[in-house]
Design a protein around this ligand. Structure first.
Ligand code: GRF
Length: 207
């Protein structure tokens, strides 16, 4: 018997450009995803992600991080997210590390997209780190978020070749297209209940 995929209620946290958010919005519009983005929350007032949400008539909320203590900021974020009762929180270029209370509140319901094949090149400037390390292949990772920085069980990874002539810009641009596809695939797996979390690993159901 097949259970109906009615999709997930998603809140997206972003800080800037929002192209990964856009990939999700486009996949929803196309019907590739059954999930719904019910709110987009940004910590920067000028984030393009806010505009992308507004253009689709989705609540776009700015909770500025500037000039606030981390405690105050994350309490505001927590309260804002709680009111939407999301099934899933997607960090799409959210440039803040979530505190343990937030992660615990939404345990196993937060995912992040990172531009490297984790556990290599955690943190900022992952593409630059990969180029400086001289690796021939990098990629992107969608993973569950735990209390660490870019740790948590891997859901999907996609490799991308590094070309001899690559710069941070050219590599980032090529990688970004792959990120968009990988994030949409990961949400597809989640909304169809195909991701089984086993400790710090996931098992992906094939059928
Ligand atoms: C992406 O490279 C993502 O992997 C990283 O931050 C960037 C966000 O880009 N976490 P965008 O805002 O989705 O365009």
């Amino acid at each position: 018997m097949h259970s109906q995929n009615t999709g997930l209620k998603i809140v997206v946290l972003a800080s800037g450009r929002g192209s990964n958010l856009q990939a999700l919005l486009d996949a929803i519009e196309l019907g590739t995803l059954q999930s719904k983005i019910i709110a987009v929350i940004c910590n920067k007032p000028d984030a393009q992600a806010l505009k992308r949400a507004q253009d689709r008539g989705i609540p776009a909320i700015c909770i500025a991080s500037k000039g606030k203590s981390s405690e105050v900021f994350f309490e505001e974020i927590l309260q804002a997210v709680l009111q939407y009762e999301p099934d899933l929180i997607v960090l799409a270029g959210f440039m803040k590390i979530l505190p343990p209370l937030f992660v615990e509140t939404f345990k196993n319901r937060i995912i992040n997209i990172h531009p490297s094949l984790l556990p290599a090149f955690k943190g900022l400037d992952a593409q630059k780190q990969a180029l400086e390390a001289g690796v021939k292949v990098t990629g992107c990772t969608v993973h569950f978020v735990d209390a660490g920085c870019d740790t948590g069980a891997t859901i999907l990874q996609t490799p991308v070749d590094i070309l001899p002539e690559d710069t941070v810009e050219s590599l980032s641009a090529r990688l970004l297209t792959i990120e968009h596809q990988t994030l949409v695939r990961a949400v597809t797996l989640l909304e169809t209940n195909k991701v089984i979390l086993q400790g710090n690993k996931t098992l992906l159901r094939q059928t």
